[in-house]
Design a protein around this ligand. Structure first.
Ligand code: PGA
Length: 257
């Protein structure tokens, strides 16, 4: 198996943007922007705020766009005020969930261990996971990117078996590139996605590593997507800012064909 046989996935991460009515409108605009164009070369996902899920699922029903959430809790239910379980997401028609985004790690005390717990809960609920890993700028400058990203990947996948890996996408998102307009070079993106692939090979097998979709995320946009997506180890994108503009998101989807 190689890049051409792996699933390419273009996922939008809306973060804390859009009300339900705005979500319905944006999904409609995305569908209009991709209509008449070939989308068979990639899977399209929109990861939306919890309160937008219902509107987004309805707006995307029967279309090429799948709906994801941006986080989930690890417990099935209980005294966790303000939290949302993976089962709740599944019941709302969600197919994907982002876990371990650097903004969760940075602002909400997410650790590698809680990322692992959330990954397990999401898989158990029947959700597909977009697992985010990535180094800080100072870590890149210290030359420890490989160690950091490898460790994040290994801990996040603790207790996950080979069969479950088919429901996991890994998103390499260098923290210094997120929302900064400072994109990793194609070579940097490809190198670290390749490092992650090697980690998966060491944990499971070369076959699993070759079958796993590894995305790049961090200021991917309509202009740079084609070049990034052409790299041998980059199997898609996790897109923040540019996913809020239907035209730009459609250009990225086109670049993935
Ligand atoms: P960005 O965000 O595309 O706005 O840099 C990416 C992400 O945080 O997933």
């Amino acid at each position: 198996m190689n890049k051409t046989t792996r699933r390419t996935v273009i996922a939008g991460n809306w973060k804390m943007n859009k009300t339900p009515s705005e979500a319905e409108q944006l999904i409609g605009e995305i569908l209009t922007a991709v209509s008449g164009k070939s989308t068979s070369g990639c899977e399209i996902v929109a990861c939306v705020p919890y309160v937008d899920i219902d509107a987004a699922v309805k707006a995307a029903a029967g279309s090429v766009v799948k709906i994801g959430a941006e986080n989930c809790h690890w417990a099935k239910s209980g005294a966790f005020t303000g939290e949302i379980s993976a089962d709740m997401l599944k019941a709302c028609g969600v197919e994907y969930v982002i876990i371990g985004h650097s903004e969760r790690r940075q602002y909400f005390g997410e650790t590698d261990v809680t990322v692992n717990q959330r990954v397990k809960a999401a898989l158990e609920a029947g959700l597909k996971v977009i697992l985010c890993v990535g180094e800080l700028l100072e870590q890149r400058e210290q030359g420890i990117t490989s160690e950091i990203v490898s460790l994040q990947t290994k801990i996040a996948l603790m207790g996950i078996n080979e069969n479950q890996m088919s429901d996991i996408i890994i998103a390499y998102e260098p923290v210094w590139a997120i929302g900064t307009g400072k994109t990793a070079t194609c070579e940097q993106a490809d190198e670290v996605c390749g490092i992650i692939r090697n980690v998966i090979a060491s944990l499971y097998s070369d076959k699993v590593a070759q079958a796993t979709t590894i995305q790049y995320g961090g200021s991917m946009n309509a202009k740079n997507a084609k070049e990034l997506l052409s790299m041998v180890n980059v199997d898609g994108g996790l897109i923040g800012g540019a996913s809020l503009k239907a035209e730009d998101f459609a250009v990225i989807i086109e670049a993935a064909q």
